[in-house]
Design a binder for this molecule. Sequence first.
Ligand SMILES: Cc1cc2nc3c(=O)[nH]c(=O)nc-3n(C[C@H](O)[C@H](O)[C@H](O)COP(=O)(O)OP(=O)(O)OC[C@H]3O[C@@H](n4cnc5c(N)ncnc54)[C@H](O)[C@@H]3O)c2cc1C
Length: 1014
Amino acid sequence: MAEPFLIKMPQLSDTMSEGTIVSWEKAIGDFVSRGTVVATVETDKAIMDVEVFREGYLSGPLAPLGAAIAVGTPIAALVGESAAVTDTHAAAPAAAQTATPAAIEAPRGQAILMPQLSDTMAEGTLVSWEKAIGDFISRGTVVATVETDKAIMDVEVFREGYLSGPQANAGQVVPVGQPIAFLVADAKEVTQGALVPSAPVAAKATPAPFAPVPSGSVQAKTRAPAMPHGATPAPRPRKGAATPYARQLAGAHGIDINSLAAGTGPGGCITGADVAGAGGGPRVQAKRIFQVPGAGRPMDSMEKAVSQNMEYSLSMPLFRVTVHVDPARLGRAAKDLKVSLTVLLAAAAARAIERHPRVNAVYQHEDRIVERTQIDVGLAVETEGMGLVVPVLRNVVARSVDELNAQWKDLVARARLKRLKPEEYSNPTFTISNMGMLGVAQFDAIPVPGTSAIFAIASTQPHGMPVTMTADHRIVNGAEAAKFLNTFKGLIEDPAWLFAPAGPAAAARSAQTATTRAERPSSGALPADTSGYDCDVLVIGGGPGGEDCARELVDHGRRVIMVNDAPFPGGECLWRGCIPSKAWRAAADRIRDRRHDADLGVVNTAEPALDWSRLDVMRKRVLTTRGEMALKTDKGVRIDVREGFAYFDSDHSAVIVPVEGADPYERRAPQSGAPGKRVTFASAVIATGAPPFVPPIPGADGPGVLTSDTVWNLEGPPGRLVVVGAGAIGLEMAQIFIDFGCEVTVLEARDRVLPEVEVEVATQLAALLAKEARLSVVTSARVQGIEGTPGSVTVRYTLGADACLAQADYVLLATGKRPVTEPLALARAGVAADRGVITVNEHCQTSVPHIFAVGDVVGGYMLAHTAGHQGRVAAQTLLGHEAAYDERKDSGVIFTRPQAAFVGLSAEQARVQGLDPVEIKVPFSIDAKAMITGETAGFIKMVADRATRRIVGVHFLADHADTLIGSAVLMVSAGLTLEQVGSAIHPHPTQTELFGDLARRLLARLRRTARATS
Ligand SMILES: Cc1cc2nc3c(=O)[nH]c(=O)nc-3n(C[C@H](O)[C@H](O)[C@H](O)COP(=O)(O)OP(=O)(O)OC[C@H]3O[C@@H](n4cnc5c(N)ncnc54)[C@H](O)[C@@H]3O)c2cc1C
């Protein structure tokens, strides 16, 4: 790319004449690959993405945010080398400029313009009219298809009206922004006739004269014939040029592109319409046709596609091999795992292909082989009305059978309702046709184009289930087919792979994705007879993890002792964590929100003051009320609640040391080894939490140093505070205290804040915090020592080579939490731990199968709802039910202002899981409600899996993220698709509408990208 390529404001709808830059998604100097979204722009309809379809480095001058730019005006540039990048920002243009399409004088009504469907598209060839003159057109209707430089694409209109002439004819080349027809409001205004091509177009092409078409009559469609999937393009013509689509079409239909006359495209370029026969017609090779008497009905599109695919496959040199397989064990495994046998057959086939990758390759015309790494298995399903449909499970080896099963159910249900999208039933890399359930004793199947083999599975007979492989001999030879079939047979007859631990080999496979289930419990369920024990389950710890577990167990009639070394349940969450910190946050919010009162016309509220003692009374009242309520409920549902400290005596017994009279607000010192009452249990659940971690910094145990356990004892907000640690607790506390009037310095050893949240959320939050008065956040700061007493504490730290000091009244250590498990005497029970963190599997089972551990004590996300969920997972497993904790669907809210929140995976995490993520975001700066309340900082970002369209993560930097996230949690945990969320009816005016917008925008982008890159 010698000259910079100009990225221009695209025309993203037929009425768009200018767009406002909402965000730059890439920075100057970033390398941009094809199909990347570089910016978002607000059009007259929505916020839309600006994608580019070239490679290069993003270069200035970059159009500024908020600038309204005319369609066709450059907004940035792409250059071939990073050295050529210009780091400049353009001034906002004064007004819409030259590239606005010339106003078109329609006889009456609105012009339908040739849209710009890719950033390189300057003109399009009209391929077909999908609606006839006089037809009533509703919003979102496809009225025509046009051939661009990349593909044939639809022309949608976003207004209502009657289609009217003058109209461009099929084959006509029309510049972007010029009319191709008109819409009129009244059927009586409809006019006929053809559009006269504009001068430059006339110079390039010589379309046939247009004949007037009667209003309302049906026009012959000139849509190009369907192409077999996987068809290979014809070689470039020896003379002149042909569009990629024309070559693909010619390849698919065996047309010699050199036999065509010069094309009707620019410079004589052969277009798809030329190949298809429009505008004079290419010379298609003669086909021998058997004439059948009778009128016949036209095939529907599915029948046509099947027919053409099958015709194509006749050119493949096929051979067949059969083995007999005993499916009994796989059938039992399917029942055991509660998944479909069909899904397990697909999973086994995919694993066999993984070992024989040649089966996943395909012949490419001419004399080439495409070797694919991803294994996409198509499974034929009988449907009413659509006949046999082949929904495709993508990337099969990289996904768990549960996930595949859930997707399969969804695909089958939608296939039966004719609701599958083409990308969901096209382009498998291998296919299975299972007619066993229809009682077929033996058959063979024809591989679909784009694959080299197919399985035909017939009904089980005395000597087994016949599996016949039909394969393309150009790719797979007989010996390979036999070996592959035997591998498949082995996987079916010994399905141990379904239960194998996800070891290093599995992790390495398919980019570290969960290929199989993690280790299943050997036997987590409670035994039938527990009468020899004092209780069925001893739960140690009465925080969210222990209490939720105990309640679930007693709900199912089990005998539970819950021992907690505090007078009330609730644990850290109620007494020293979530709830008291949110009481403080609520008071801080009231103070902070007063800043916007004046904007709303509410005056005289500008100087709020904090009455610390009243806040303290309220905090304690909420805590004790909740604690007492919880204790009453626990006892009421018949949990045997004991106030005491427990430690293990053996793997079926523990000692409970009484600790009556303890202060509920304080963490108790461990009582390990002290005498107490011995209790026996069939199973135990450890839910003892994790105290604040105090790093070995000299002076960290000094009198002026607080932790999240002791900060509550302050007698008022300090004037100056140093917070060590910019994690969730550190940032929440820092912002609360600045709202209370403190001066706060946050010292963080890492180079970023909030390492657990999505990177852009953390980066933007850090930028907002940097603007806060009285707050400074210093990253890469290493604390070396703390000296002094309350009111005068000095923190020594280094910043690179510099030695620095920070002075404060107090220091708050917010350096994380770490379980302390020595006092539990885990070794007596044989429970393994790694530096205090108890090791568990996904069922929360420790190294001792009947002892479980949940919550902070097992590490990972140290959050109250995580602990509660894990408590229920342990209880369900003890009850013999299937349950697992899946960190990929967990969530969290950090109660800063705005709040940082997440559910599921970031794009980066999704990639590590082997998914192909796509993401989209919306800034709150465009949301009317956010504007009203002055809460325009931040954004919502949605991450979906490109293949399945499932939403795998949603990330927030938003005021009210704590309520908005509820919807997102359901999306991720239920595995909702973009279509499902995009078609849900969100109430107006609420910020939940943004979820629907995001889903629809992302779908639209995926459609555009699929078209532009096909
Ligand atoms: C300031 C702060 C704010 C927080 N904010 C949030 C938030 O907004 N959202 C969120 O999700 N999480 C938050 N958390 C984290 C949350 O408090 C914990 O993740 C959660 O309480 C963990 O629950 P748990 O059941 O694992 O342990 P805990 O709640 O710690 O409960 C463990 C219980 O076991 C008792 N115990 C310990 N050892 C023994 C023993 N040997 N015998 C008997 N009893 C024992 C303890 O006394 C305690 O009662 C916050 C934490 C802090 C410190």
